[in-house]
Write a protein that binds this ligand. Sequence first.
Ligand SMILES: Nc1nc2c(ncn2[C@@H]2O[C@H](COP(=O)(O)OP(=O)(O)OP(=O)(O)O)[C@@H](O)[C@H]2O)c(=O)[nH]1
Ligand SMILES: [Mg+2]
Length: 447
Amino acid sequence: MNTEDTIFALASGKGRAGIAVIRLSGPAAGAALKSLINNNLPIPRQAKRTSLVNCQGDVLDDGLVLWFPAPASFTGEDVVELHVHGGTAVINVLQEALSALPGLRPAEPGEFSRRAFENGKMDLTAAEGLADLIEAETEAQRKQARRQSRGELGRLYDCWREGLIRAQALSEADIDFSDEDIPDDLAGEARFIATQMAKEIAGHLDDAHRGERLRAGLYLAIIGPPNAGKSSLLNRLAKRDAAIVSDIAGTTRDIIDVHLDLGGYPVIAADTAGLREAGDSIETEGVRRARERAKDADMKLAMFDASDLKAAGGLDPLTLELIDTNTLVILNKCDEPHDALPDQVKNRPVLALSAKTGEGFDALLIALQAQASELLAGDSGPSLTRHRHRLALKDCHSALKRAIVAEEAELMGEDLRLATRALGRITGRVDVEDLLDVIFSKFCIGK
Ligand SMILES: Nc1nc2c(ncn2[C@@H]2O[C@H](COP(=O)(O)OP(=O)(O)OP(=O)(O)O)[C@@H](O)[C@H]2O)c(=O)[nH]1
Ligand SMILES: [Mg+2]
């Protein structure tokens, strides 16, 4: 990727819209703007209404243009924004005109953010936070992404890293002056810092994967015997007919996912095949998938037909087996005559529901929101949000534990160096060339 190039891309979403924003960044952005407006550059950071023309002088559209000279721009380079009419033909003809200008090419995915990172406009966690903000579907996700995009997580890691750089310097001074008569126990002080930091990092890691779960969404599995009403419930949660409902036992055979916003928390709810000793090979596969989803789920709804309480075999044993501490038990079809319901099944709370009439549905939503909040609402500090953060923090913690018990200052210094490096890789302060392609290619910004 050549950073000498000037790149351009549609910054607003694809598809018809009132306004579309095309963004340019790089050394030829100013010349490109002059050519497009056939005029001098406008006043920086002030919108100017103008016609936009191609090289032949044909007027392509009217719109607003904005000029952000380097370094006070998103990428730190010269940046131009064209606010034009958001029709497909308008966008296409403008992109063609831009391609025809010298030194301009379409941006790769994530290239604007990557340039902003490389020009020191934001650290790697802030760039990731910005990508998350664009993907955020719920309020809790928006809040987390906004904090990260404003650099809160990066600042925490930078602060720890500075502490470790100091510890490293102390341990090195201890080596350099070991033969001389120095009053302070420098290695002891370095060990003290490492110990404090190891405690803080262990606490930060012991977060029940809150940030990662909030970013990805909680998995909720609706499980139960055939005909319990699982698909009916999924449809009520989704407010649409996402799954087929019928009185034929074994209707659902595959997993059907729907994305929900439960009080600001993102939840991916899955309808699953009814659990039973299946008849054919397709249903067997469906039941296997249902069990697998139940195993991976953060929350489960174990659903039974309330009338099964008085049936000869009682509640379905295959479903009972899967109930654990993250499960809510639902006794459905309470619109039909049924016996008194128990308060608990396998020590888990029971909710009476009619997926058909909606009776008990609000109580279920409240219970689900409470469970989601318990899993996702954190303390006041920023949470790590990606597996790569976790791996680097674990590396850092292991190196610190070794440093604390190291018998020689040289070994302590080496482990402190590794711990510092691990933190630096999260924010992108050191050694991240190998990570950048992977990280930025996943961004949707600039596409
Ligand atoms: N009376 C009553 N009938 C319901 C209720 N919920 C579902 N049903 C009916 O029960 C039957 C089965 O409903 P589904 O939602 O397809 O059940 P399921 O658990 O998805 O069944 P499988 O996909 O076979 O595992 C359908 O005829 C529904 O109309 C309810 O609350 N009350
Ligand atoms: Mg079903």
